[in-house]
Design a protein around this ligand. Structure first.
Ligand code: NDP
Length: 485
């Protein structure tokens, strides 16, 4: 029997670039196939693994996906989705307050953390089933258990030995904590989604995505929040105006930010944890959230044993097609430590499936990837920061507007919003688009399309605004301002 592969010649979706593939065989020949149980064996049913498995199966490959925990990976179980639900939950506190200025009086609202967590858990369980179903309907075998590599084409799940023409490692990442005395008294983002009660005082250690997001969530849910970060400002890697605006806005809301401060040690004191800080002060908290980064989840998979090269951080080293140093083994998502974002893992998984089983190889494009931090206030951006743009093209034009959103003319709140464009004055191309404000993540998605299309400042200027919105600020920025640094 000749294995029939669906000829998939649709235009590559945005974000993918077709390339040449002489060295990447995709057709699975009958005689070769008889040696294998599967064309593709995916380790990890997270965002990248599920996409790769599903697309490969749709392209005619025989696929299995192994997962030792719940389907959906970090995004569904301990990341993006539950975080966004908690973010929504936490944002009502502000909305109840704003509502009064618009004539609404609903007594004094009360908040029940357990109810939010229970409802969130119900939705996550539903999504677990959706993920299983996606695979089932695509004809992918779901294998429960921990898969370990036993050879370039061989995987062990318990006592089962499975042979596959290709193996895809999509095992994600896990939280990392520094070795500070008493660090065991802290929790990570893996633990915060199932806390039995809302802590009254929360100490957040770190200054990245998770630290800023959970500082906002716990504050919104009514806790006192102190964020401690070792540098003069948090959110390293984001545009400097964005970082400053978010810091000011968070402090105005009452979140205590302690920069250039480190934790020396943690001690348990009954139900609480005492943190000793480098500035000589102490914080007594009900919960300490350590949000100091994540590391690739590659330990114990047998990767080194079969010759897969890992970098110093433990990430699988891959080429632009996500192929590892062993030709039959690919890797996508956080375990490769490229751009650790769910939609990027999905794009990488999709590209691997099309490269191996589609008509031509596809490379995921890591340029101009939009991203958002769901803090309070949220921020979002696409393209280069002012600093990166200056390094790339030399002199840049900067357009910036800091304003109070219309909604807050009635609330009287000191809420801040920022929009900023970084433009190459020679080509007029918009290189970076940044925003802080309530709907920033929703607004920036559309501008990400514009940047992919190579939009110029003139294109922005010629676009009619939607009035009155915060988003229209992006198309009404007329004169360049002084650089931020
Ligand atoms: P990040 O890498 O974003 O931030 C880690 C933070 O911890 C940095 O501020 C870093 O400081 C600090 N840090 C690192 N080591 C130490 C140390 N030894 N002592 C004190 N502070 C330290 O990691 P997160 O854990 O916040 O998130 C992990 C990744 O997950 C993100 O980078 C992102 O890719 C993804 N993610 C995406 C989200 C989204 O899309 N909205 C949401 C959550 C996570 P410094 O800057 O000095 O290095």
């Amino acid at each position: 029997m000749v294995r029939i592969l669906v000829l998939y010649d649709a235009a590559a979706p945005l974000g993918f670039r077709a390339g040449r593939r002489p060295e990447y065989p995709s057709r699975v020949e009958d005689d070769e196939m008889s040696k294998f149980d599967y064309d593709l064996f995916v380790i990890g049913a997270g965002s990248g693994g599920v996409r790769a498995g599903r697309v490969a199966a749709e392209l005619g490959a025989k696929v299995a996906v192994a997962e030792e925990k719940r389907p959906g990976g970090t995004c569904v179980n301990l990341g993006c989705i539950p975080k966004k639900l908690l973010f929504y939950g936490s944002s009502f506190r502000d909305h109840f307050e704003y509502a009064r200025s618009y004539g609404w009086h609903a007594g004094s609202p009360s908040f029940r953390w357990e109810e939010l967590v229970r409802n969130k858990d119900r939705e996550i369980r539903r999504l677990n089933e959706v993920y299983r179903d996606l695979l089932r309907r695509a004809g992918v075998d779901y294998v429960e258990g921990k898969a370990v590599l036993a050879g370039p084409h061989e995987v062990l799940v318990g006592s089962r030995r499975i042979r596959s023409r290709f193996v895809l490692v999509a095992t994600g990442s896990r939280p990392w904590r520094p070795s500070v005395p008493g660090i065991e008294h802290t929790v990570t983002s893996d633990d915060v989604f199932s806390l039995p009660a809302r802590p009254d005082t929360v100490l957040v250690v770190g200054g990245g995505y998770i630290a800023v997001e959970f500082a906002g969530i716990f504050h919104g849910c009514g806790a006192r929040v102190i964020l401690v970060h070792r540098r003069p400002l948090f959110l390293r890697g984001f545009d400097i105006d964005v970082r400053r605006t978010v810091a000011t806005a968070m402090e105005r809301k009452g979140i205590e930010l302690r920069f250039e401060t480190e934790v020396r040690r943690f001690d348990r004191e009954g139900e609480k944890v005492r943190a000793e800080l480098s500035d000589g002060t102490q914080v007594l908290a009900d919960l300490v959230l350590c949000a100091t980064g994540r590391v690739p989840a590659t330990a114990g998979l047998g990767l080194e044993r079969v010759g897969v090269e890992l970098d110093g951080a433990g990430a699988v080293v891959v080429d632009e097609y996500s192929r590892s140093s062993v030709p039959s083994i690919y890797a996508v998502g956080d375990c490769t430590n490229r751009l650790n974002l769910t939609p990027v893992a999905i794009a990488e998984g999709d590209a691997v499936a099309r490269t191996l089983f589609g008509p031509r190889p596809v490379r995921p494009d890591h340029a101009n990837v939009p991203t958002a931090v769901f803090g309070n206030p949220p921020l979002a951006c696409v393209g280069l920061t002012e600093e990166e743009a200056r390094k790339r093209v030399g002199k840049v034009d900067v357009y910036r507007s800091t304003f109070r959103p219309l909604k807050h003319t009635l609330t009287g709140k000191d809420e801040l919003a920022l929009v900023k464009l970084v433009v190459d004055p020679v080509t007029d191309r918009v290189l970076g688009c940044h925003m802080v404000g309530e709907e920033a993540p929703e607004i920036l998605q559309g501008f990400a399309v514009a940047l992919r299309c190579g939009a110029t400042k003139a294109d922005f200027d010629e676009t009619i605004g939607i009035h009155p919105t915060a988003a229209e600020e992006f198309v009404t920025l007329r004169a360049p301002v002084a650089p931020a640094q």
